[in-house]
Design a protein around this ligand. Structure first.
Ligand SMILES: [Zn+2]
Length: 90
């Protein structure tokens, strides 16, 4: 009978320690994920909108020309082509 109680106590202690360790691990993992996420957000930078197709692209991947943002050089060329056509027609 005594042995059973000791086993139960040992089991309870092991369970408690395991739970504690799991909690610590989770907290550590969460903190690391948050740090990583913040870093990723910083790397990604600001999102800008393509003047031609309205698609949002990261500032680092976008093209900037005449204070306008574009997702690609093709859209930049098309946008300025359209502006030229408008000016020519008026
Ligand atoms: Zn575009």
């Amino acid at each position: 009978m005594n042995l059973l109680i000791i086993r139960l106590i040992i089991f309870a202690v092991l369970f408690y320690v395991g739970l504690k360790l799991y909690g610590m691990y989770r907290q550590h993992k969460l903190a690391r994920d948050e740090q990583h996420g913040a870093l990723k957000r910083h790397e990604g930078g600001q999102m800008v909108r393509c003047r031609w197709c309205d698609v949002h692209v990261p500032e680092t991947e976008a093209l900037r020309d005449h204070e306008q943002w574009f997702c690609s050089s093709a859209h930049r060329d098309r946008y300025f082509q359209e502006q030229q056509d408008k000016n020519g027609g008026a």
